[in-house]
Design a protein around this ligand. Structure first.
Ligand SMILES: Cc1cc2nc3c(=O)[nH]c(=O)nc-3n(C[C@H](O)[C@H](O)[C@H](O)COP(=O)(O)OP(=O)(O)OC[C@H]3O[C@@H](n4cnc5c(N)ncnc54)[C@H](O)[C@@H]3O)c2cc1C
Ligand code: SF4
Length: 342
């Protein structure tokens, strides 16, 4: 049996109190929301915080609200403490950002989704075959660069960790141009989620260790705006459809003219390297075109050319590479299936 290391559990009642506790205990403290990622990682001795600052009892981190935006359309605000089940089932999320509801509904199993939060999902630790193991297993291998060692077993050098960003909701939020609000000792700041992640598997976030994600904000354009409403799509590859982390996740968003021709298109892939990857040079293939089978094929091929899976997963990288065009086409097909809000 894997046991938890000892720790002191703090139950702050406000966000400010939580931030102060994190500042007081420095690198010895970590926030804990649902604990579905952090608790197994503590059992594996990947993190051994001596102070856990619970976010679950903080009312400011709750709530999903939709408001009219001054510039037209709406603004959707999701508290970081909302459970994945609540995001997946929320009527406004399902109506305005169906790919986010779908991504949340495809994370782990029902118990994890009831407990795990969207904030925890944004802060999910990167994953690797050589890292998400018991301490005994890792010690036998001589540990690795990300934790307690000096060599990366994937790249076989000691320069960089390439553990995989494996969270399902960030790619969707990136294609939706979401922003995250962070609360830290210096106060509050807002960051486009596209800038939140960095290419470093050891700590792949711009978030400082003592900052808490407070909420996620998404502007939803109205149907009458110049570029038309947004449609979103999402598809995931995993070993078992019931519970597993992604081997590959693709999120897409698009805006169409009244005749169904593409005006804007964005795609983000994750599950490969340390941060989600934005697909480039897509619009030149699709702008002014309907999403015909030929265009879907060309977009899938281009996505495949831009993605290089690594041996950070137990599954063969060549097969995962071959699946990039397939999963990309499924995500694009998904967006054509979802009509946006009226
Ligand atoms: C069997 C299994 C399968 C899983 N499958 C998937 C999957 O398919 N896709 C997927 O994306 N995830 C998966 N997960 C991981 C996890 O369940 C989810 O990512 C979940 O959203 C994590 O949220 P949490 O609230 O439990 O995070 P926690 O475990 O509480 O925290 C995770 C990390 O985020 C930090 N943190 C939490 N909230 C905040 C905040 N508001 N501000 C700052 N830091 C914060 C914590 O300090 C910790 O470092 C799986 C987990 C298990 C055990
Ligand atoms: S990518 Fe390399 S350094 Fe990072 S967790 Fe895996 S083996 Fe360790």
């Amino acid at each position: 049996m894997l046991r938890l290391p000892p720790y002191t559990y703090h139950r702050p009642r406000t966000l400010r109190e939580a931030v102060e506790l994190l500042a007081e205990h420095g690198r010895e403290a970590m926030p804990i929301a649902g604990g579905t990622d952090l608790v197994p990682n503590m059992k594996h001795r990947l993190f051994t915080p001596t102070h856990l600052v619970a976010l679950k009892g903080i009312p400011e981190l709750g709530g999903i609200d939709l408001r009219a935006h001054d510039e037209g359309g709406w603004e959707l605000t999701i508290g970081a403490g909302e459970s994945l089940a609540s995001v997946a089932g929320n009527v406004e999320v399902r109506r305005h950002l169906p790919a986010l509801a779908k991504a949340a509904a495809h994370i782990a199993g029902p118990q994890h989704r009831n407990r795990g939060t969207i904030g925890g999902n944004l802060c999910l630790d990167t994953r690797c075959t050589y890292y998400n193991q018991s301490e005994f297993w890792r010690e036998a291998l001589g540990y690795c660069l990300k934790k307690d060692g000096s060599v990366c077993h994937v790249t076989r050098v000691g320069a960089k960790c390439v553990a995989a960003h494996s969270a399902d909701t960030p790619p969707v939020l990136m294609t939706a141009d979401a922003r995250v609000e962070l609360e830290g000792p210096e106060g509050r700041r807002t960051l486009p989620i596209r800038e939140l992640f960095v290419a470093d598997g050891i700590w792949n976030s711009q978030r400082a260790h003592n900052e808490i994600i407070n909420r996620i904000i998404v502007r939803i354009p109205g149907p009458d705006e110049d570029l038309g409403p947004v449609r979103t799509g999402y598809a995931k590859l995993r070993q078992r459809d019931s519970i597993d982390f992604p081997l590959l996740t693709v999120a897409v968003s698009a805006r169409f003219d009244p005749e169904g021709h593409v005006r804007r298109l964005a795609g983000v892939v994750t599950g490969l390297g340390s941060r989600p990857r934005e697909l480039t040079r897509w619009e030149e293939l699709a702008t002014g075109e309907p999403l015909s089978d030929e265009v879907l094929e060309a977009l899938g091929e281009r996505a495949g050319q831009q993605c290089t899976p690594l041996e950070n997963h137990i599954i063969d990288p060549e097969w995962r590479k071959a699946m990039v065009p397939v999963i990309t086409r499924r995500a694009l097909a998904d967006l054509t299936a979802h009509a946006h809000a009226p």
